[in-house]
Design a protein around this ligand. Structure first.
Ligand SMILES: Nc1ncnc2c1ncn2[C@@H]1O[C@H](COP(=O)(O)OP(=O)(O)OP(=O)(O)O)[C@@H](O)[C@H]1O
Length: 267
């Protein structure tokens, strides 16, 4: 049976005014009907860094992540504040399509469109009014380079995206997101369907991308969190229990529930 832990005992770091933040949540709560899935979530994300969200299955990591760019609209009720560039984007009047252009998302399973590699990149760009061929070609090259896929596909841009390996498809999905020039990239276990070599490639890509983007990643893989993230948030049963620099989280967790999780006692 799962040990009971006090939700009163938390260790959540905050940042001083000198830290440049990409976004933050304040008392965010999420309800799926009667199910209260996220309690008072207060987290801030430093710009141009990778933050990992870790915790056991069902602890609320994806729920939290999806709320950040309003992907839970119509699925769950989200209350509290989600601050992005000084605006609370958890308000009814906010244009969610605009928000998602700035806060992009990559899902667990690679989900390229059943179209060519080129079309996967330009589809949303065209829909957003970018028409000039030269500009589109430039964006294709830049985003595929950004996702470390260019060298592997540059001679086959008209090939079906579905003919790529899983790891290449996931990097194409990352390229598709960054083609929209987002500011924040949300990734929900992007490597869980990938082999170890593809996983390394995606991790290397993310480490490079943090120079331009703020990255928030859900991962089950603690080695992955320790390899790539600057700070880590530990979720337990819908509560954020600990938030700390990744090195500290893994070497010196502050509270019993995190200590037990890191030691592998549950999850
Ligand atoms: N679409 C949904 N409708 C109803 N309940 C949901 C939905 N998505 C998640 N939940 C519930 O919210 C809680 C948190 O789930 P969530 O998927 O956010 O956890 P998680 O930590 O991401 O888990 P995993 O690591 O298994 O993906 C669970 O109780 C889950 O059953």
């Amino acid at each position: 049976m799962l040990k009971q832990y006090s939700f009163e005992e938390t260790a959540v770091q905050t940042f001083d005014d000198k830290t440049s933040l990409a976004m933050k949540t304040e008392n965010m709560q999420v309800f799926y009907g009667e199910n209260h899935a996220m309690f008072d979530a207060n987290l801030a994300f430093p710009k141009n860094q990778i933050t990992a969200l870790i915790g056991a299955s069902g602890s609320g990591k994806s729920t939290y992540l999806r709320s950040l760019n309003r992907m839970n609209d119509g699925i769950a009720t989200v209350t509290g504040k989600i601050w992005y560039h000084g605006v609370n984007i958890n308000e009814p009047g906010v244009n969610i399509y605009e928000i998602r252009r700035h806060i992009g998302m990559v899902f667990q399973r690679p989900n390229p469109f059943a179209k060519s590699i080129r079309e996967n990149i330009v589809y949303a760009l065209r829909a957003n009014g970018l028409k000039k061929k030269a500009e589109l070609e430039e964006r294709i090259e830049q985003s595929l380079k950004g996702a470390a896929l260019w060298d592997e596909v540059k001679d086959n841009l008209d090939k079906s995206a579905l003919s790529l390996s899983g790891g290449q498809q996931q990097r194409l999905c990352i390229a598709r997101s960054i083609a929209m020039a987002p500011d924040v990239l949300l990734l929900d276990e992007p490597c869980s369907a990938l082999d170890p070599i593809s996983t390394v490639k995606v991790e290397e890509t993310l480490l490079e991308l943090q120079k331009k983007y703020t990255i928030i990643i859900v991962t089950h893989n603690m080695q992955q969190a320790s390899r790539i993230s600057s700070q880590c948030a530990f979720f337990h049963l819908g509560h954020i229990m600990e938030y700390a620099p990744t090195g500290t989280m893994f070497s010196n967790p502050q509270i019993p529930v995190t200590q037990d999780y890191i030691a592998g006692s549950f999850g």
